[in-house]
Design a protein around this ligand. Structure first.
Ligand code: CA
Length: 533
């Protein structure tokens, strides 16, 4: 064998080896991603947000509670939801409980730890995940950490420097002798403390190693109980106006949670613009709520009130999926339309008697990712203006004697409902409730809808009609066409050839969609779902 020939063979062997390594690596990467998707199983959850004190009262004191939630799990499951997010359940003096006194306990008005564990078990038996609200930006001023720090500063002689070896809790919050922006005077001392939202909610010092260790222990406490994930409150407030510091802290939270439970899901509340959301996704966090599509001024509402084109809604989805996917290839979208801080969606369209309210939620539920729905939206509840009104009692029935009904937040106005209570809607096939159930059924029936990637169907889209494919490597592609206006629409789909058939029609009124000779004719406010033949 000549040296030359030997070298060629050697080079060939090296090349094959490199190629094999590359293939192994690539398949390894793919396997990694696939196993992540199947492991988390969170690419296609439909999540019901429950504002606990206003949902269902089990013991007649007028305050919604954990046993009340548990008694409604059949209702929630029957609607097609497979996860719930409970607003904070920890001890707190306020009705909303976003100012926590103790991260490891249950507020007595909501029940006991045994009640929480029973709810977890019931949910898991039904295949429903439970996401806990984790409020880390601040505590209540009644939290023992803040009281200890406050007591220490009250006893500290004038002019002395605090010593954390005497009181470690001084380091848990941001104290200053200067009245900095967002700081509140600590009565009876020489000190001010940071409280960005409210004087009674002191901001935690999230750079403190001791605070981070506490957070790790709190996460471990609840993950050990079986909680499936966390909804992170107010992530843009962690470090005000500092996206890179917020990103670093989100990365810490995600990695910490995953080190405790590799399946833990995390979704963050970043009420901000889409560029900032994209930047925060570089933390590796699973999800950030899709604020740019939500609320009265969001892309969905703007599209339906005619200030944006139908095609803008599709372009918005494509932009978000591309930008977020580049920032975090393993991200999962988190579309939602309203939450407990927003006016109820039925109030966005005062003239609407159903179709627009229904379409708006379908546009949110048919976005990719884990879709979140605020309780009561499934029956088109009203509630706007002050926060308490947005959190009105779940409208189970108009019978004042109905034991499930809650009293609602103190100081809430009497909210005038537009649509009937659930008890009536459940019997009506044309109700907002029946629409929700049908849209969620369609969402769950075609996994590509929630796990796939949006591709604009340019040849169909215009000012009034939104159309897009939802492509998936593992699931059957779908084509969704939405008529977002109050007039019928007709579209020539001959470009599709004979590959696609009309599989589902979601019509807000009595009229049906027809698909003949490659032309689809759609009544006002309707949705057609096509699948491959
Ligand atoms: Ca109660």
């Amino acid at each position: 064998m000549s040296v030359k020939h030997c070298n060629i063979k050697k080079k060939l062997r090296i090349s094959i080896c490199v190629l094999l390594c590359l293939m192994l690596c690539l398949s390894g990467c793919r396997a990694d991603r696939a196993s992540k998707a199947s492991r988390s199983g969170d690419s296609c959850r439909t999540v019901y947000e429950i504002f606990v004190c206003s949902f269902c009262d089990s013991d007649g004191d007028g305050i919604g509670d954990l046993n009340g939630v548990r008694s409604k799990m059949d209702y929630i499951s029957d609607l097609g939801f497979d996860a719930i997010w409970l607003t904070p359940v920890h001890p707190s003096a306020t009705y909303h409980k976003y100012d926590v006194d103790d991260y490891r306990a249950i507020d007595p008005s909501f029940g006991t730890m045994e009640d929480y564990e029973a709810l977890l078990k019931e949910c898991h038996d039904k295949g429903i995940r439970v996401y806990m609200d984790l409020v880390l930006n601040h505590t209540s001023e009644e939290h023992e950490w803040f009281r200890a720090a406050s007591d220490y500063l009250h006893e500290l002689p004038s002019g002395w420097e605090p010593d954390t070896s005497y009181c470690k809790y001084f380091d848990y919050y941001n104290f200053s002798r200067q009245a900095l922006d967002g700081y509140t005077y600590l009565e009876g001392t020489e000190w001010f403390y940071e409280a960005g939202f409210w004087s009674e909610m002191p901001d935690l010092n999230l750079s403190s190693e001791a605070v981070r260790a506490e957070i790790r222990d709190i996460m471990a406490f609840w993950l050990d109980k079986g909680v499936d994930g966390f909804r992170l409150d107010a992530v843009t407030a962690y470090y005000a106006n500092d996206t890179s510091a917020n990103t670093e802290f989100l990365r810490y939270l995600k990695e910490t949670a995953r080190s405790i439970d590799p399946e833990c899901y995390i979704v963050g509340e970043a009420w901000t613009d889409r560029d900032t959301i994209a930047a925060l996704y570089t933390s590796g966090i699973d999800s950030l709520f899709e604020f740019p599509f939500a609320g009265e001024g969001g892309l969905i509402a703007r599209t339906l009130n005619g200030s944006s084109r139908a095609s803008d809604y599709v372009d918005g989805m494509v932009w978000a999926e591309d930008a977020y996917g580049r920032a975090n290839p393993g991200y999962t979208g988190a579309p939602f339309y309203t939450n407990h801080d927003m006016n109820r969606s039925a109030s966005y369209y005062p003239e609407d008697n159903g179709p627009v309210t229904k379409m708006a939620y379908a546009m949110s539920l048919l976005m990719t990712g884990n879709a979140f729905v605020y309780y009561g939206e499934e029956i088109g509840m009203e509630g706007a203006g002050k926060d308490e009104n947005k959190r009105a009692p779940m409208y189970w029935s108009d019978d004042n004697e109905d034991p499930d009904m809650c009293a609602g937040p103190p100081d809430a106005d009497e909210v005038q409902m537009k649509f009937p209570p659930l008890a009536d809607q459940i019997k009506d096939k044309q109700s907002v409730y029946s629409w929700f159930k049908e849209v969620i059924r369609v969402r769950n029936a075609y996994p590509a809808i929630s796990s796939g990637t949006t591709e604009k169907a340019d040849f169909i889209c215009d000012d009034d009609v939104a159309a897009f494919f939802r492509r998936s490597d593992t699931e059957e592609d779908v084509l969704i066409v939405m008529n977002l206006r109050g007039q019928p629409a007709r579209k020539d789909l001959s470009t599709l050839g004979k590959d696609f058939r009309l599989s589902e029609m979601l019509c807000t009124g009595g009229e049906k969609i027809t698909y003949k000779k490659s032309t689809v004719t759609m009544p006002a406010y309707s949705i057609a779902v096509f699948t491959r033949r």
